[in-house]
Design a protein around this ligand. Structure first.
Ligand SMILES: *Cc1c(COP(=O)(O)O)cnc(C)c1O
Length: 392
């Protein structure tokens, strides 16, 4: 038997990422591969950097795409800032805060955890208490948009608390970049990382990061080498840096960079505030439909992420069977619960190119069809009217 070309099914992606990739982005990826030190490619790299500054709302010079997925962005921020023996306060209210702990421990750092319930935002008071109790902490780290639960934390307040206590603010913005208000310079974020496959309508595999001058000063005055050669920003900047001679460090994923470039052009054309507003307004449409069906949100209204909607699975419903039928019968992917919420919730993503009316109405009608057929306790026939009424 011989193996032939792989032709993936065409799906609608409404899970926690990857989200739908815009056709402009996939066609950009199919353009010819050129050398990664070709002057034409180098010019494009500069454009990517300046468009990332726009996306992050920052003037930070050290704003680059790491050639690997969001988790590598997490590693890049922690590994460059932390040295063995440093203390870091990490806030956890879902999966990704726990992953931060793993990464920080592998940097040899001493970790102080601040725990909040899954589905709740990070409590700024607890973060402040932890910093007061640990005045030698170098960093306060937290997840802005917790994709595992759908909760948004108050990044602006948490950054202020970090600075008031002489700590750097390190932020996971994998799911917030392009989807919710995020202002790196205004809020004083010192180190931030994101991903391309959530709210940027792009393919997975690249992680935009940015470091403030304060963070750069910390990195350049390290006593020890960054443990990872590949993620050491001192070395990467020889490749991506301003006025750099563009020495070979690694081979950038050339075509993936075309994809990121195209998605950032689209973000500029839409306008970042408009992108945030689109994600929010579409969330209201989906929400109207889900609530009319009788489904309940996990996260309190004030802290809900528009791009990640967690709803409780109705009693007696086999949540995995529902997801299976959505995928097989409707080519629709939604997300399962993770960790403390496993088996209890669905996570419906409205990220990037997935955040549009067609997807919302497909999701509502497919969900109603499947749940209705399974005899689940839902209101039938109300969701689409409610969603229509919520359209602006
Ligand atoms: C998806 C995600 C990550 C990890 O990104 P990968 O690209 O899967 O490595 C990290 N943090 C958050 C909040 C995420 O949603």
């Amino acid at each position: 038997m011989s193996i032939t070309s792989f032709n993936p099914p065409v799906r609608t992606l409404m899970g926690p990422g990857p989200s739908d990739v815009h056709p402009r982005v996939t066609s950009a990826m199919a353009r010819p591969c050129i050398g990664h030190l070709d002057p034409a490619f180098v010019g494009m790299m500069d454009e990517v950097k300046s468009m990332l500054q726009y996306a992050f709302q920052t003037q930070n010079q050290l704003t680059i795409p790491v050639s690997a997925p969001g988790s590598a962005g997490m590693e890049t921020t922690f590994q460059n800032i932390l040295e063995p023996g440093d203390k870091v306060v990490i806030c956890q209210n879902g999966v990704f805060g726990g992953r931060m702990k793993e990464v920080a421990e592998r940097c040899g750092a001493e970790v102080v955890m601040v725990e909040d319930d899954w589905g709740k935002p990070v409590d700024p008071n607890k973060a402040e208490e932890a910093l007061k109790a640990n005045p030698d902490a170098k960093v306060l780290a937290f997840v802005h948009a917790e994709t595992s639960t759908g909760a948004r934390s108050d990044a602006k307040t948490l950054c202020k608390i970090a600075h008031d206590n002489d700590a750097l603010a390190l932020v996971d913005a994998v799911t917030s970049l392009g989807g919710s208000e995020l202002k790196v310079d205004d809020w004083g974020i010192d180190a931030i990382y994101s991903g391309t496959q959530k709210c940027l309508s792009c393919t997975p595999g690249i992680s935009p990061v940015s470091f403030s001058q304060r963070a750069v000063d910390v990195i350049t005055s390290r006593k020890t080498k960054v443990q990872s050669w590949f993620l050491d920003t001192n070395l990467v900047m020889g490749y991506w840096g301003p006025n750099a001679k563009r020495a070979y460090h690694h081979t950038a994923p050339v075509n993936a960079m075309y994809a990121l470039h195209e998605s950032l052009v689209m973000l500029q054309d839409e306008g970042i505030e408009n992108a945030w507003a689109r994600h929010y307004n579409n969330h209201l449409v989906l929400r109207a439909g889900l609530e009319a069906m009788g489904l309940n949100f996990v996260v309190e209204e004030e802290y809900r992420l528009p791009q990640l909607n967690s709803v409780t699975v109705p009693d007696g419903v086999d949540e995995a069977a529902v997801r299976g039928r959505l995928l097989n019968d409707f080519n629709l992917e939604i997300g399962a619960g993770l960790g403390a919420l496993a088996g209890k919730v669905w996570r419906i993503g409205l990220m990037g190119h997935s955040s549009r009316y067609e997807n919302i109405f497909l999701c509502l009608s497919a969900l109603e069809s499947v749940l209705g057929d399974m005899g689940a306790p839902i209101n039938k026939g109300a969701a689409l009217d409610a969603a229509t009424a919520a359209m602006k």
